[in-house]
Structures are given as structure tokens and as C-alpha cells.
Design a protein around this ligand. Structure first.
Ligand SMILES: Cc1ncc(COP(=O)(O)O)c(C=O)c1O
Length: 393
């Protein structure tokens, strides 16, 4: 929702009934100035800002290479292709994620194999990964779900033991770290996404990050129509795409990166406010950082008490929305999505934990600048709805 929309709603509903959006991006005057400078320069594509954004992102993440592209999905696709994953290969991945982490496997005609999740972190369970390995397994694609790092030490050990490639989908976790390493930097290559609900935004945008020069070179070439790295004469040396980021988006990324540390802190503050406001609701499971490293919160997803069914959850979400509080039901497990069920023949029962958890999750409004009074309003509304639910309402 734009600032203008929100102001209008303030007038229509009055402050106390003002709609609280699920997500909101921060755009400051220096972001606008950065984009305006690019527009004024006349160089809107293939220019210095993309290179600068890549360097600053790579430095922040602690890797040697970053390739900025037009979405997190494109970044995932490039890695899968750069690794040579092809029809007949299996890639083990999590069902509890955004659809793109599975679609990128399907783009190359390979087969996603779903392994169930850890109920504390909501990330893929390494024991389930190990169980899913077959002679056809080529890679593991794990996700730092909602900003929480996956169990990378275990996943790296499994990948080493079975000689598998490991991909870090860190679209939701820019700024999180584990054991002194930033999320995104695990495995052979990782990605970020910069959609406006993320820790930083470029509008649409994403990036591949890696220490592997060959992977970086392939991704850069394929993102740019398959041109050779030292292209001056439009030499197309492989099949490519146009996944390039434009200069306005890259300049916005550079400007937003400067505020990332503060955004991570502010998001943690909002998570703390929620933890204090919701902590006494019996049976409600709150998200927690379980790994001891820094947690860069993407969203704040609570799980309704075990006695609540999916219908109860849906009623609760509707109740929040009816009372002016936007919320989301992240994630409906990927293997239950109609397209996956039809094309892979997968369905209920495959990953019972992800299925049970996915029926009871509610993503609450979460963004930099969410006020303590709005957090209180969300908490009180949820408390009332859950009490009504218990009373059979
Ligand atoms: C885990 C995960 N992977 C991949 C993506 C895809 O990123 P994009 O929307 O930039 O294509 C997202 C987007 O939200 C995501 O949450």
C-alpha cells in the first residue's frame, strides 16, 4: 500500500481503525535522490551502479562475487543452470518456502524431491535430506526461511559426504548469520531477493552470491543473453536470458544497503515487541532465533495452538483482516500447490510436519517503523479472536 493510500484510509477509518498493512518498504529521500541521479545521467541500463551494487553486496556478505539480476527467481534459475542440473537429476528441497525455490528446479527439467522441515526453525531437516538421497540426487537447495538460517553445518557435511552441490536460497535472510558467516554465503552459491517486503529493496531485483569464479562467470553471462565475459562484439557463447538489473534499481540497492544494519536492528525491535505482547497467549507458538547468531527478521509468523484446525486459522485470518489488520498464511506447502500436484503427482502425506504447520501459520504485519501501539492492536485483536475461537465462535 502506498503512503497516499494509507493516508486516505486514516481519514476514512479514523486513526484507531487505520488499516495495518502486512508489509511496507522504507523509501527515504536519499533513495529517491539516488534513483533521480541515474535518471538524470541518461544511462539507465548496463552501467556503473550495477557493478557498484554487486561489489558492496559481495563485501557485506563476505563473498568474492555477486551478480545482480532482476529477481531472486532469476538468480535461483541461473545457479541451477550454472551447476548443470538437468532432466533426470533430483534436487532435494523444502516444501515450506515460496514457490520459486522449487520452480527454479523445474525450469531446467530436473525433479524436486521434498524433504520435511525442522519444527523449530521451519527450515529443511538435515536428517530428512539424508533420507531422501538417491543415486539421482545432484544437489540440495535449502532456504533460510523467514530469515532463520538453515542448519548449514549439517547440510554442508551431508553435501560433502555425498558429493552434492548445495544452494543457499537466502532471499528472505539478508543480514542473518550463523557461526560468523552471513546467510547466502553457504554452499556453492546463494541468492537474495529484493522485492519491497524484503530487508532491502530494489523494487524487483535479486542477486547471486558465490566464492566460485566459474559459477559467477556463467551466471553473469547467462543473465546477459549468453554473452562472453569480455564481450565487445556481441559474442553469444551460450544460451542466455535477459535477467539484468537496471541502473535505477541498482542505485536504489546501493542506497538501501547503507541502511541495512539499521533495518535489521529495527526489525529485531519489532519482533521483540511482538514477543512481549503475545508471549502470554497459551499455546501460541512464537518464532524464535534458535541458532545464537544474528537474526535478520523477514516476517513475523506465529503458529496457532495445536487445537486449531486450518479452518480455524482461516477464520482467524479473516477476522484480523475484517478488523483492518492485513495478514498472510505463509506457507501453503509447495507440494500441495495445484500445479505441483498435477505435474509431479505429489500430495498430502509427503511432508507431514510442513503440512501440519502450514495449516496453522499466520504472518502478522511486520516492517520497519511498525509502532508499539500497532503491535498492541494486532496482539489484542489476535487474543480476542483466539479466545472466540476457543468458545466455538
Ligand atoms: C525463499 C524465496 N526464494 C525465492 C524468492 C523469489 O524472489 P523474487 O520474488 O525476487 O523472484 C522469494 C521471494 O520472496 C523467496 O521468499
Amino acid at each position: 500500500m502506498s503512503f497516499a493510500d494509507r493516508d486516505r484510509r486514516d481519514i476514512v477509518f479514523g486513526m484507531s481503525d487505520r488499516r495495518i498493512p502486512l508489509a511496507n518498504c522504507e523509501v527515504h529521500a536519499d533513495d529517491i535522490a539516488a534513483v533521480n541521479d541515474v535518471l538524470a545521467s541518461g544511462r539507465l541500463a548496463i552501467g556503473p551502479w550495477a557493478t557498484r551494487f554487486e561489489q558492496e553486496l559481495a563485501d557485506y556478505v563476505g563473498v568474492q562475487h555477486a551478480v545482480a539480476v532482476n529477481s531472486g527467481t532469476s538468480a535461483l534459475h541461473l545457479i541451477v543452470r550454472a551447476l548443470g542440473i538437468a532432466p533426470g537429476d533430483e534436487v532435494i528441497t523444502t516444501p515450506f518456502s515460496f514457490i520459486a525455490s522449487t520452480n527454479c528446479i523445474l525450469f531446467e527439467g530436473a525433479t524436486p524431491v521434498f524433504a520435511d522441515i525442522d519444527e523449530n526453525t521451519l527450515c529443511i531437516d538435515p536428517a530428512e535430506v539424508e533420507r531422501a538421497i538417491t543415486p539421482k540426487t545432484r544437489a540440495i537447495l535449502a532456504v533460510d526461511v523467514f530469515g532463520h538460517p538453515a542448519d548449514w553445518p549439517q547440510l554442508e557435511a551431508i553435501a560433502d559426504r555425498h558429493e552434492l552441490d548445495l544452494i543457499d536460497d537466502s532471499a528472505e535472510a539478508l543480514g542473518s548469520d550463523l557461526g560468523g558467516r552471513r546467510c547466502g554465503s553457504f554452499g556453492r552459491a546463494g541468492i537474495f531477493g529484493f522485492y519491497p517486503n524484503k530487508q532491502i529493496t530494489t523494487g524487483e531485483g535479486g542477486a547471486v552470491v558465490t566464492n566460485d569464479a566459474e559459477i559467477a562467470g556463467l551466471c553473469r553471462s547467462m543473465a546477459n543473453q549468453g554473452r562472453s565475459a569480455d564481450d565487445r562484439w556481441l559474442q553469444h557463447v551460450r544460451l542466455g536470458f535477459n535477467y539484468r538489473i537496471d541502473e535505477m534499481s541498482a542505485a536504489l540497492g546501493v542506497s538501501q544497503l547503507r541502511r541495512l544494519a539499521r533495518a535489521v536492528e529495527e526489525r529485531a525491535r519489532v519482533a521483540d515487541l511482538y514477543a512481549a505482547a503475545l508471549g502470554d497467549i497459551e499455546g501460541l507458538i512464537l518464532p524464535k532465533a534458535t541458532h545464537g547468531g544474528a537474526m535478520s527478521w523477514f516476517v513475523y509468523v506465529v503458529r496457532l495452538p495445536a487445537r486449531f484446525t486450518k479452518q480455524d486459522r482461516d477464520r482467524t485470518s479473516e477476522g484480523l483482516r475484517d478488523r483492518g489488520i492485513d495478514c498472510g498464511d505463509y506457507f501453503q506447502p509447495i507440494h500441495l500447490q495445484p500445479f505441483l500436484r498435477e505435474s509431479l503427482g505429489v500430495g498430502p502425506g509427503l511432508c507431514p510436519l510442513a503440512e501440519r504447520i502450514g495449516e496453522r501459520t499466520v504472518a502478522l504485519p511486520f516492517y520497519v517503523g511498525l509502532s508499539s501501539s500497532d503491535v498492541e492492536r494486532v496482539a489484542e485483536t489476535l487474543r480476542t479472536l483466539l479466545a472466540d475461537g476457543d468458545a466455538g465462535g
